[in-house]
Write a protein that binds this ligand. Sequence first.
Ligand code: NAG
Ligand code: NAG
Ligand code: NAG
Ligand code: NAG
Ligand code: NAG
Ligand code: NAG
Ligand code: NAG
Ligand code: NAG
Ligand code: NAG
Ligand code: NAG
Ligand code: NAG
Ligand code: NAG
Length: 717
Amino acid sequence: MVWWIYLVAAVVLVVSREGCRVEGEDVVTYDGRSLIINGQRKILFSGSIHYPRSTPQMWPALIAKAKGGGVDVIQTYVFWNLHELQPGQYDFSGRYDLVKFMKEIQAQGLYACLRIGPYIESEWTYGGFPFWLHDVPGIVYRTDNEPFKYYMQNFTAKIVNLMKSEGLYASQGGPIILSQIENEYQNIEAAFHEKGAAYVRWAAKMAVDLGTGVPWIMCKQTDAPDPVINTCNGMRCGETFGGPNSPNKPSMWTENWTSFYQVYGGEPYIRSAQDIAFHVALFIAKRGSYINYYMYHGGTNFGRTASAYVITSYYDQAPLDEYGLLRQPKWGHPKELHAAIKNCSTPLLEGVQTNFSIGQFQQAYVFEEGSGGCVAFLVNNDSTNNATLQFRNNSFELLPKSISILPDCQNIIFNTAKVNTQPNERIMTPSKMFDAVDSWEEFRDVIPNFLDTSLQANSLLEHMNTTKDGSDYLWYTLSFQPNSSCTEPVLHIESQGHVVHSYINNKFVEAGHGSHNIKGFTMDIPVDLIDGMNNVSILSVMVGLPDSGPFLESRFAGLTKVEIECNETELYDFTNYTWGYQVGLLGEKLQVYKEENLDEVEWSGEIDHSANQSLTWYKTVFDAPTGDDPIALNLSTMGKGEVWVNGQSIGRYWVSFHTSEGVPSQTLYHVPRAFLKPSGNLLIVLEELNGDPLHISLHTISVADFDSQTPYNHLPR
Ligand SMILES: *[C@@H]1O[C@H](CO)[C@@H](O)[C@H](O)[C@H]1NC(C)=O
Ligand SMILES: *[C@@H]1O[C@H](CO)[C@@H](O)[C@H](O)[C@H]1NC(C)=O
Ligand SMILES: *[C@@H]1O[C@H](CO)[C@@H](O)[C@H](O)[C@H]1NC(C)=O
Ligand SMILES: *[C@@H]1O[C@H](CO)[C@@H](O)[C@H](O)[C@H]1NC(C)=O
Ligand SMILES: *[C@@H]1O[C@H](CO)[C@@H](O)[C@H](O)[C@H]1NC(C)=O
Ligand SMILES: *[C@@H]1O[C@H](CO)[C@@H](O)[C@H](O)[C@H]1NC(C)=O
Ligand SMILES: *[C@@H]1O[C@H](CO)[C@@H](O)[C@H](O)[C@H]1NC(C)=O
Ligand SMILES: *[C@@H]1O[C@H](CO)[C@@H](O)[C@H](O)[C@H]1NC(C)=O
Ligand SMILES: *[C@@H]1O[C@H](CO)[C@@H](O)[C@H](O)[C@H]1NC(C)=O
Ligand SMILES: *[C@@H]1O[C@H](CO)[C@@H](O)[C@H](O)[C@H]1NC(C)=O
Ligand SMILES: *[C@@H]1O[C@H](CO)[C@@H](O)[C@H](O)[C@H]1NC(C)=O
Ligand SMILES: CC(=O)N[C@H]1CO[C@H](CO)[C@@H](O)[C@@H]1O
């Protein structure tokens, strides 16, 4: 549908909002108050669950638990770099089966919001872009650039056509009521000057012209062109959102962060259930009608899918934790809030809103219908004291920093600061220790020297453009002969990310790294050189590609300067020296983490993790714990690396990177049940430092109320 027909349809529907329903198909439109589905205004609660961050086996229970929590809509991004491996070559299998995910949402009677992007950020490597885009001549991402627009339109059309061919839009009887184009573009728009606004107009028109029959949204985009709806992302949209850019558009909140993503070296962000409820209630009081929890279930960044420095566990503090278990009271408290708001949705949606002050820090928001329906939200914004006040001839004592909901303007049925749900806690039940030395075998990866390399260049190559994201690892090697008088040599390395391991003459010398907020780092390492030719091999490691900011296509990573300083005045500058390169580790090239390739290398039964740091592959087998509880590996004694179970990567780990409190950011790593068979599961650990595999342990995970140790994984009554 072209946009103007769409607007006319919206206007007609506002005038006569009954009727108009095509059997089995939902007509989705909107007015200044809310989305309108089959002629009815709706207040909708939505929850983000990203299909590739869990397994298809987990999807039904995750969706059911979201529904149980009072969620009406499941929101997901579409992950371009999982789906389009090479231009025109697609993968929609297994965890990438978007159609199956949408059909599960539909089967459970929920709606879907499909955020195609295709730029998604999402703490996902390269913001969702396939790395091959980088090599398209003349490309500049996310601006008025023909090559970029071609591939963006091509993928967007691919997804829309896939959804249409499966009948998944609400206009076809499917669950999808909204689609998103672009993502928080306004954050970078100014960097592109007038091309930014031109791109926004193009993206909106391109999307609308695809004719999905349901509205499009743009989040954090105040100039979203009609009929695309601009929506808010953030923690406090009730306070920060400037509102829709037209009186005919509803006020929608597409990312109310339930927590925050975590980076290596960072602490988890704990947002209380009370604080979430306060801001959700405030947004509704201020005539908001759609709120999405980002994330409702975060899940796991399997493989190398996390973006730069982001940990493998994603939003574990969401209402459903990484394993899909209820995190209380974050699940139960919003559930009560949703029920309270749903209970008075008619006066909220059809009534006239007024707001007025009822105290120095207190306000009332009242919705009244001609027919007598009345709902009030009483806000106490005093963060320390109760407020005792009069409202409509009744006296109320309001808790500090709270919103009370009165569905009849008389009685409080819900207060955001009063949590009735019992908190719960995670219980880890040990299932197996891997402490038998003879259960492990190891393979030391090979440190390449200059003469072993086939790719050579007279400069320091940019890391990402050299690996093409085929691996985290890039070897920079050289050989050189120092002057005999270079007696106290110091190896000086400057890197733009993320980790460096340095070796001289095949001996480990030192590792260094940057962090999420401090990109570059330098190292000065006194080294021993021999007379004659020395081999210098430096391993540059990336922990995910960047996912945000303008000009992502021209980011620089890897080594920027390498010198050997003999003394204050004399140094060897290797910046323009002849370097030899190797992309990836030998074990990666041989895929030794796969059962069928184990024989490609010699495994040794004599494991010795205390030996000087080197790149070591460890292998063992284990049986799956009985039962259905989720499973995790405790890697607290390891350093940094990646883990595979039956050939599938469960993600990177980086236990040796401590927070300011001196603890690892993540020690538990999810092993999905779907990756396992009953016995003989192959576990492969690639360790970059000198972590101790003998103290890895396997646990089953459950949750229990604080006061009862009885675990439950089901929905409490
Ligand atoms: C998208 O591009 C692929 C090749 O890159 C091509 O086969 C396909 O026809 C294109 N689709 C559209 C809708 O342009
Ligand atoms: C009523 O709400 C409007 C819009 O949010 C705001 O500008 C105004 O200050 C509010 N009035 C009172 C008395 O709180
Ligand atoms: C509550 O008070 C804080 C601090 O003064 C202010 O930033 C915020 O906007 C207020 N919120 C409401 C809902 O009045
Ligand atoms: C409150 O009480 C006064 C005096 O008794 C009465 O006039 C008024 O109508 C009452 N207001 C409401 C909302 O009940
Ligand atoms: C605040 O009000 C609640 C009831 O709304 C009451 O239970 C509590 O004792 C009060 N707290 C204080 C400090 O007065
Ligand atoms: C719904 O609101 C009515 C008053 O309007 C109240 O009597 C009832 O208990 C509420 N139900 C729920 C589930 O909150
Ligand atoms: C990226 O690498 C290719 C070779 O694979 C090279 O031709 C190109 O110039 C490089 N681009 C940049 C920006 O370094
Ligand atoms: C620095 O080292 C060079 C040889 O690498 C030597 O010739 C020179 O005398 C040294 N200078 C000082 C100040 O030690
Ligand atoms: C340097 O590397 C080459 C090629 O692997 C090797 O033959 C030589 O022995 C190495 N030299 C030293 C000092 O390790
Ligand atoms: C090494 O020796 C050569 C010749 O004696 C001299 O030109 C050069 O500056 C020296 N380089 C360093 C880094 O000491
Ligand atoms: C390395 O080569 C580049 C390009 O040829 C040049 O701009 C730069 O100054 C050189 N750097 C050093 C340290 O020689
Ligand atoms: C748009 C918005 O509200 N952003 C806020 C999200 O929350 C973080 C952390 O509390 C704030 O720093 C942002 O301003």
